[in-house]
Design a protein. Structure first.
Length: 304
């Protein structure tokens, strides 16, 4: 699917097909891929990288365009588990036009229109700014979800809550690597700002984006460390609770076995002492109770 945009009054607005200099290809079809490769001379490997969610960010200079592979967060998928995934997008900047390739639904420009753009290279920076903001919003959502899961785990020890925590921790690892990869690409963009054609104002915006991306990276690292610590603490608490429970069960079991042994000794089908006494039953019960009291006394002495 293809959507075309143009710059009007410093805003990015949708335009008729093949009119605007900016086009977004969402999950391009075979015919569109052929056009991008044959007509625009986009390298096939680079095009596939733009559609590969596991591809790292990078910057490449081709004879007729600049190719930028950038990481962005995917839309949230919810169920019994929480999965915050990442995807790739390809930005191909030509002299007078811009082609953007994404592998999903193309919700890259949804929301308020991009404003304060003066040139096609400036659109690239505004897109990157949206990606940084998107990452930051997802990190806040992860923080809120982890707090809710922590409260649920405190109330219930169901496995689904623990699995959701593991999913969040895995997502944070992907986010940290993606944001870190984006930061390296932003640094390369800054070093090649004049070569790409960024104006002075756009170069200043790029500096701001580098700072915001670094802050986002530190935030992702902090949340990842906190979540990892919570998982370790939760595992320790579960292990400790299990040890306490096993200890109590062992005490109950031994407490039952001691009087049972006493009563069993007088229940054998042979001649035993007290067999002819009228108070034999009460004497045996007294001995069983005395054995329980002796066990409890010894347990307290040994455990204290």
């Amino acid at each position: 699917m293809k959507k075309t945009y143009q710059i009007a009054d410093r805003r990015l607005v949708e335009a008729a097909e093949d009119v605007g200099p900016i086009a977004i290809y969402a999950n391009p079809e075979e015919q569109e891929r052929k056009y991008l490769i044959d007509e625009l001379k986009i390298d096939e490997h680079t095009l596939n990288s733009a559609l590969d969610p596991d591809e790292l960010s990078r910057l490449e200079f081709e004879p007729e365009h600049v190719a930028i592979i950038f990481k962005r967060p995917r839309n949230l998928s919810t169920g019994e588990q929480f999965a915050f995934g990442v995807a790739s997008m390809g930005v191909f900047l030509f002299k007078d036009r811009l082609r953007i390739i994404v592998g999903e639904d193309g919700a890259l420009l949804e929301g308020p229109p991009i404003q304060r753009v003066q040139s096609v290279p400036g659109v690239v920076l505004r897109l990157v700014a949206r990606v940084v903001v998107h990452f930051r919003e997802h990190l806040r959502a992860i923080s809120m979800v982890s707090d809710e899961l922590q409260n649920e785990i405190n109330r219930s020890m169901e496995n689904k809550h623990l699995i959701s925590m593991f999913s969040l921790q895995k997502s944070l690892v992907y986010y940290f690597n993606s944001i870190n990869s984006n930061g390296a690409t932003l640094d390369k963009l800054r070093h090649n700002a004049a070569r790409i054609g960024f104006s002075t104002d756009e170069a200043e915006l790029l500096d701001d984006l580098i700072i915001e991306n670094n802050q986002c990276l530190k935030q992702a690292e902090m949340y990842s460390n906190i979540l990892a610590s919570l998982m370790d603490a939760r595992a320790s608490i579960v292990a400790n609770n299990l040890n306490v429970l096993m200890k109590r069960l062992n005490i109950i079991t031994i407490g039952i076995m001691v009087p049972t042994a006493v009563v069993s000794a007088f229940s054998m089908n042979v001649r035993i002492p007290l067999a002819t006494m009228d108070l034999a039953f009460w004497i045996i019960m007294a001995l069983a109770s005395l054995s329980v009291a002796a066990f409890l006394y010894l347990w307290k002495r040994l455990s204290g």
